[in-house]
Design a protein around this ligand. Sequence first.
Ligand SMILES: [Zn+2]
Ligand SMILES: [Zn+2]
Length: 335
Amino acid sequence: MSSALCFRRLVSSPLKKLHLHHRNLLHPFSSSTTNTTKTTTTTNENNKPSHQQPLPPPIQVSLTESAGRGVFATRRIGVGDLIHTAKPLLSHPTYSSLYNVCYFCLKKLSNKTQTIQFCSNECKQQAKEFYSVEERVDWSAYDEHCRKQGLKYPLLVKRLACMVASGAASAECLDILQPARLSTEMILEMENEFSLLKSCLMKVDFKDEEIAFLTKQWYIGVLARIRINSFRVELAGGLYEDLFLSAVASVEAEASVGNAVYMLPSFYNHDCDPNIHIIWIENVNAKLKALRDIEQGEELRICYIDASMDQSARQTILFEGFGFRCSCMRCVSGD
Ligand SMILES: [Zn+2]
Ligand SMILES: [Zn+2]
């Protein structure tokens, strides 16, 4: 297998996101982004190692020629370099891994039970606010509906609703992301889900101001953004350093453990022959890595779909799922 094909297969699964005209260009290196690009260790007078402040990631968000938004390299980036990592704005395990992974960070658990678990006190603490709201509500009607219909995105909306009701997140925190275009049929389905979610919450004695955000418009707006901005999280397993050499099979073999929405990773445009990809090593924190050498000023792109599909299948999925026709070099060349 050629290395190019390996890379294509490696990037095959993140079912992803985004595009064009976002209303605000915010600060992409805000709280959702953890920089791990370069941490240099030096020795101070007392001969004790000290860590300098890490450098910012070598990227910037700018407008592209088509007037959409894109992410560009601010310096040369070498193949295999870790460009940055990103913590999610929002994440949730799949139903099938609900009891197998940490309810907050999606790390795999060795101790399997039939209850929600956290991998550490730190995760428990970070989940404390939304989880205290979630525990007050009987979700069975909503969960049963989603489980039967095989829906995964409403779980993310449910978590966001609990985060907002608890004060852990703002009701507008996803507004910067591009929403999907919705058909009448999709909207009707979402209205139905919204009624179920609201009726679950209304059975609990919340203060009016705690759930004032919960309108049909809010639900649909959030879900429309989650639809094209969420990533399917598949843990690679194994040592990070080994990934480029040996982990292709393990990346492909692992099933999805959950879904997550990020800020900065949502700004990357799509390419069927991408120069970077996203991987998850042990938990939901995403790592963006270079698949080849990238020059300063070059746009960084990920692949939203399974890149091993043929051109017409890719075009169909990108148009139906993400609402655009791909005109990347690979598509233009007919590959
Ligand atoms: Zn955890
Ligand atoms: Zn393409």
